[in-house]
Design a protein around this ligand. Structure first.
Ligand SMILES: [Zn+2]
Ligand SMILES: [Zn+2]
Length: 286
């Protein structure tokens, strides 16, 4: 089985209206790309902050400017397609009850939890750059991974997105001095205790860092902690569905990950990890 659950039907840029992208024709483009890549489980996880309903959770200026669309309309549209219904929900510390209330109002198949912001600063958005706000890169990594641990422990999410997103800029930001495993450790403990699935995301290969999320060391620590894994591209265009899955599958094999998480109605099951380019059902048995 191959999945692509963390994907978006449109780019993040302003002016990408639902009328233009939440259409059967656009979904067909994604389904066709998934079919060609041998991906059997395809789901969409739009950013919560693109929807007006998110303003009941947080009023960060970035959310105020991006929260334009109607979440009810999105959920209703996706239900009329073969796609699984997901959402990419930011973890906002201290707003757990508000997040839970929003999630309960919709029948999602899965909820992907993301840490893009730590307090008011962003790890992957240079307008709110956390290195400018915090300075010391070791402090940045400590803040990021302790927030990731809180997100895992919150119990709000099925999947932890791009788990070492803090590396996104690669050498474009100052690097921490301490061994990275020191920072991974606190998140891995929370991942093990919470049972949340860890996302293997090929999006990092398209970013300055040029690496899969998570790093090998982080992934192996998660394996040792007994974590489950999901597999996604974080595509924002159909061409990126199943992006670089051959690399991801090779890495997962090396990390001793043999199963992938599959979701329906927020219930998880594990399926044997498939191979790229062909549906798992077409593989020889054994
Ligand atoms: Zn994200
Ligand atoms: Zn995303």
């Amino acid at each position: 089985m191959l999945t692509d659950y963390h994907m978006h039907l449109r780019p993040d840029d302003p002016g990408t209206e639902p009328e233009q992208y939440f259409t059967p024709e656009n979904v067909d483009r994604y389904l066709k790309a998934a079919g060609e890549a041998g991906i059997e489980e395809l789901g969409v996880s739009e950013h919560v902050h693109r929807f007006r309903q998110s303003l009941g959770i947080w009023d960060h200026p970035f959310w105020l400017q991006s929260a334009q669309d109607d979440l009810d309309g999105y959920a209703e549209f996706v239900r009329e397609t073969p796609l699984r219904l997901g959402i990419e929900m930011d973890y906002v510390a201290g707003r757990e009850d508000r997040i839970a209330n929003l999630l309960e109002a919709y029948e999602f198949d899965y909820v992907i939890g993301s840490v893009h912001f730590v307090r008011d600063s962003a790890v992957d958005y240079d307008v709110w750059d956390i290195w400018e706000q915090v300075g010391d890169p070791d402090r940045v990594w400590e803040l990021y991974f302790s927030t990731l641990a809180e997100a895992a422990r919150s119990g709000l999410f099925d999947v932890l997105a791009h788990p070492d997103l803090v590396k996104v800029w690669g050498s474009g930001r100052p690097q921490p001095e301490r061994d990275r495993r020191f920072y991974y450790e606190r998140a891995v403990e929370a991942i093990g205790e919470s049972g949340i699935a860890v996302e293997v995301s090929t999006a990092g290969l398209r970013k300055p860092v040029g690496e899969i999320y998570p790093s090998r060391e982080f992934a192996e620590m998660c394996v040792d902690a007994g974590a489950a894994f999901s597999l996604s591209s974080d595509a924002h265009v159909p061409e990126h569905i199943g992006f670089a899955y051959d690399q991801a599958l090779e890495a997962m094999h090396e990390w001793d990950i043999g199963e992938v998480a599959v979701f329906e109605g927020r219930e998880r099951r594990l399926e044997p990890l498939g191979r790229t380019g062909a549906p798992a059902s077409a593989e020889p048995a054994g």
